[in-house]
Design a protein around this ligand. Sequence first.
Ligand SMILES: NC(=O)c1ccc[n+]([C@@H]2O[C@H](COP(=O)([O-])OP(=O)(O)OC[C@H]3O[C@@H](n4cnc5c(N)ncnc54)[C@H](O)[C@@H]3O)[C@@H](O)[C@H]2O)c1
Length: 224
Amino acid sequence: MRVLVTGGAGFIGSNLVDRLLADGHDVTVFDNLSTGKLANLSDARRQVDLPLDFVRIDITSDALEPALAKVRPEVVLHLAAQIDVRSSVADPVHDAMVNVIGTVNLLEASRRHGVSKLVHTTSGGCIYGEPPLEDLPVAETYPGHPHSPYGASKRGVEEYLHTFQARHVRRGRPALQHRHRAPDQRQRAVLRFGGVDRLRPAAAACSGATRGAASQRPGHHPGA
Ligand SMILES: NC(=O)c1ccc[n+]([C@@H]2O[C@H](COP(=O)([O-])OP(=O)(O)OC[C@H]3O[C@@H](n4cnc5c(N)ncnc54)[C@H](O)[C@@H]3O)[C@@H](O)[C@H]2O)c1
């Protein structure tokens, strides 16, 4: 399968690329290397008999759509993001530009060029604000509001996913599916929106379980 991984030079994305290649997929990475590193893809690149293309590109740019059209991915796994909560407080405009505008830019390009499925990575905790300890773990329906611009941008994108579902979902397909896989705080749920999926860790404290995603790659800074 032709798979596009945005943010594929980052911590999670590069591990994902290793796995996709090992499973025999044809992988292209889009990344602007703002926090990611080509070195993270060195294992993947050593597998010379497997196809891996790297394109240095910013997901907010006008160049994204023609670049995606050239790749013609069947599936997009979207991990490119501004992931630092403190940076989002210091510069909420940049956070929104990357996480909201960049994602909508990608959604539109994906829709226009025949992508059948898009998986978005959101935040397991920041989108719920800071629930009191006695409320943890919270359900995905928890009504808390984000306390950081990062949480707000991740939550805002979820609204865009619902909007794209409403406008572009194919008839006869299930509107929404939750699949919980493991009983720990880093479990993930896949939410299916017809042609658009989002993948997110289940509820966990913004600065707790998400920071527990300790780096397997040199130079990684913990995110949220
Ligand atoms: N690491 C965690 O604990 C954690 C927890 C929950 C959710 N997430 C989400 O998972 C995804 C991946 O996180 P990560 O920990 O691998 O982060 P990371 O910073 O290691 O990877 C993000 C990648 O996106 C790239 N990128 C950033 N802005 C870009 C832009 N404008 N255009 C193109 N590429 C850009 C970076 O260079 C980097 O390679 C993010 O969406 C993040 O919000 C991470």
